[in-house]
Design a protein around this ligand. Structure first.
Ligand code: SF4
Ligand code: SF4
Ligand code: SF4
Length: 201
């Protein structure tokens, strides 16, 4: 088994036993891979393809909410993607908690995500790792907005190409107020924001 696969298994089996340094050194590589697995997996399988796919530019998205409600699919193909290398692993995560809660109680009433798709795992005081359950995520963008307002902007919206029907004309692109959705060759991979900028309409 490759060293990378062993690191990944260690992380999955005992996330709480890793200290933050180990986590950053070994776990993050694996976690980052896993977080974008459905995305990169698809991209990699199509990496030789010049087929056009719909993509969101996270630098342009203003989290208007239309990604959750306008996709032709019952459950939107737009999902929150976590770019782990940008995350601060904050205890008080602006993407996870509703604003102005009194204590960091992870009760459902304190969570910002309406579908409870964002999960957190203790790493080491005071750090927590945040993962998105894509089956529950509807792409509403609330966590993305919260992370951008109070954190590093590591939560970003993206169209999951494993789910997207690749409509001739993306229904969301037609109504996106910031022109954040466009078609680009699949071989270019996903657009990932690596540093935070305030989107402009
Ligand atoms: S419609 Fe555009 S601005 Fe609105 S959430 Fe989707 S990508 Fe972002
Ligand atoms: S807040 Fe919205 S975009 Fe973020 S994980 Fe929950 S459903 Fe997905
Ligand atoms: S191309 Fe179609 S399936 Fe894909 S995100 Fe747009 S509306 Fe949804």
């Amino acid at each position: 088994m490759s060293e990378k696969k062993i690191d990944k298994l260690k992380l999955l089996k005992s996330p709480t036993k890793l200290n933050r340094r180990d986590f950053l050194k070994t776990g993050l590589r694996a976690a980052a891979f896993l977080s974008i697995a459905s995305i990169t997996g698809y991209s990699m399988s199509k990496s030789m393809s010049d087929d056009l796919v719909w993509q969101i530019d996270p630098n342009k998205c203003v989290q208007c909410g239309r990604c959750a409600t306008t996709c032709v699919l019952n459950m939107s193909a737009v999902k929150c993607m976590h770019v782990y290398k940008m995350c601060g692993y904050c205890d008080l995560c602006g993407g996870y908690f509703k604003p102005q809660i009194k204590n960091l109680d992870t009760g459902a009433e304190n969570q910002l995500c309406p579908t409870k798709a964002l999960h957190r795992t203790f790493v080491e005081t005071p750090y927590y790792k945040y993962d998105v359950d894509e089956e529950l995520c509807n792409g509403c963008g609330k966590c993305v907005e919260g992370c951008g307002a109070f954190g590093n902007g590591s939560l970003q919206l993206q169209i999951n190409h494993d789910i997207c029907s690749n409509c001739n004309q993306c229904a969301i692109a037609k109504v996106c107020p910031s022109g954040a959705i466009s078609q680009i060759p699949a071989s270019k991979g996903y657009l990932v924001r690596s540093s935070f900028q305030t989107p402009k309409i």
